[in-house]
Design a protein around this ligand. Structure first.
Ligand SMILES: Cc1cc2nc3c(=O)[nH]c(=O)nc-3n(C[C@H](O)[C@H](O)[C@H](O)COP(=O)(O)OP(=O)(O)OC[C@H]3O[C@@H](n4cnc5c(N)ncnc54)[C@H](O)[C@@H]3O)c2cc1C
Length: 432
């Protein structure tokens, strides 16, 4: 790792990778990630990635996204995402991503809650792993991109509302890494919650640093809870997701008496609320999910990972119901960004789950996030390339000289402080 790059990308999920992939090859880029490169939520995505397969579905897809977001979405962002979706899927296929296909060789499409049509492309129940692996292969082969795992961004180097790089911690040492442009692709905030489907290391550091450095953050209290994660007696740690497409394919929810109690294909927040109400009424810690109506062949072909995980926990999805409980899942809020990923700080971009560009409004429609992350990260890279101006070296040196490096020598303490910053911001926003 050097101490100067043209572009630093913080995060190795689909957003960070697709940003790197779309930078011109004469730009030297560094990707860092907090843990191992595959410890990102992008690897965990199960259900799939949305696509406007046919023009006749445009209005319906647009309306479903807006309805799930309670109308608080930015229509221009939604339109941009939907209009770019087919091209994006084609590009992914061109990069070697394998999606499931029907008997005629056409892309197979499924649906999840909140979708009024089948429009989700998938690779079994490991779509995220398939996409991220292929993107990683391509990025690793790039001569201009360096990927450094186990490097944690602790702060940015900034002055006069301009970002000049990051403060990083690796192998017990703090270093300043300068860049003409810095891109936050740091994922979500699940790690600040006790129960979440996210990797524990995803603690919203980009958001906390933005709050600390006066970069605008939006909708910080818009946190999505997924209705169905596998219930286990562990009270902390990463919860295993039971993808919504299981319900899309016919699984139903049942209460303690094994009776259905809600329409399983409503948007996530509505189904979650129904489950919480039922758990309270019944005095239970979970409700049941019944996959038996789907059919053995379909379950095996579409959900092998879920079958295996439930098996490990002692449940046979073919013959019995499995216990499920809601858990924190996705962050609709984030560092405010425009459709090119620009934040309110010059030379600082935000993409993927860290960013809030208005696509999701108050509640994300299932399978829109991989798509959104990939599209807007690509746009950010194009924007950087199209408007590239080297940073003022004297200014960046002054910004670095003004940093007090003492707090970075206790990174764990700083990270705890960042977690508290986020929880406090959520609490305050909820009170407003
Ligand atoms: C279980 C699960 C299932 C999902 N299923 C779907 C689905 O089917 N369809 C869909 O569209 N979406 C799904 N999602 C959501 C989707 O996966 C994410 O929103 C998306 O992958 C986010 O991508 P990202 O690149 O922004 O962040 P991530 O993929 O989470 O990557 C974040 C990166 O930032 C790095 N990072 C964070 N902080 C720092 C720091 N301080 N310093 C250095 N590096 C840092 C991390 O190490 C990581 O590399 C799912 C999410 C989960 C958890």
């Amino acid at each position: 790792m050097k101490n100067f790059y043209d572009v630093i990308i913080v995060g190795s999920g689909v957003a960070g990778l697709n940003c790197a992939l779309n930078l011109p090859q004469d730009k030297r880029a560094l990707i860092i990630c907090k843990g191992l490169p595959d410890e990102s939520d992008s690897y965990l995505a199960q259900g799939g990635i949305c696509c406007l397969m046919d023009e006749s579905d445009y209005n319906s897809y647009f309306n479903d996204t807006m309805a799930a977001g309670h109308g608080e979405n930015d229509p221009a962002a939604v339109e941009c995402m939907i209009r770019s979706s087919k091209r994006t899927i084609e590009k992914l296929i061109g990069l070697g991503v394998q999606f499931n296909r029907d008997a005629n060789g056409n892309l197979a499409v499924t649906r999840e809650g909140g979708h009024s049509a089948n429009r989700i492309c998938y690779h079994e129940d490991t779509t995220g792993k398939e996409i991220t692996t292929r993107l990683m292969e391509r990025v690793t082969a790039l001569p201009n991109v360096e990927i450094c795992p186990d490097v944690c961004m602790l702060d940015i180097i900034s002055r006069g509302n301009c970002c000049y790089g990051i403060v990083a911690r690796a192998a017990g040492k703090t270093s300043l890494i300068f860049a003409d442009y810095t891109v936050f692709a740091c994922g979500g905030i699940g790690g600040v919650f006790k129960r979440s489907t996210n990797f524990r290391l995803l603690t919203g550091d980009g958001v906390a640093i933005a709050l600390k450095r006066g970069v605008k953050v939006k909708n910080v209290n818009y946190v999505q809870v997924h209705p169905t994660t596998l219930y286990t007696s562990a009270t902390e740690g990463r919860c295993f997701l039971i993808s919504e497409s299981v319900r899309g394919e016919g699984a139903v929810l049942r209460d303690k008496n094994f009776c259905r109690f809600t329409d399983e294909l409503q948007p996530r927040d509505v189904v979650t609320a129904a489950i919480y109400r039922k758990m309270e009424e019944d005095g239970t810690d979970f409700v049941w999910l019944d996959m038996r109506g789907i059919g053995r062949e379909e379950i095996l072909a579409h959900f092998p990972q879920i079958v295996a995980k439930c098996g490990e926990e002692g449940y046979d999805v073919f013959t019995e119901c499995i216990p499920v409980v809601p858990a924190q899942h996705y962050f609709m809020g984030g560092v405010q960004s425009d459709l090119n990923g620009r934040t309110t700080m010059s030379r600082l971009y935000a993409v993927g789950e860290t960013a809030c560009n208005g696509v999701h409004g108050k509640n994300r429609l299932a399978s829109n996030s991989l798509l959104e992350s990939i599209i807007f990260a690509g746009r950010a890279a194009e924007d950087i390339a199209a408007n590239y101006v080297p940073a003022d070296r004297a200014e960046s040196k002054t910004a670095a000289d003004m940093l007090d490096l003492t707090p970075y020598e206790q990174p764990e303490k700083l990270m705890e402080e960042y977690k508290r910053t986020i929880l406090k911001a959520i609490e305050e926003a909820n009170r407003e």
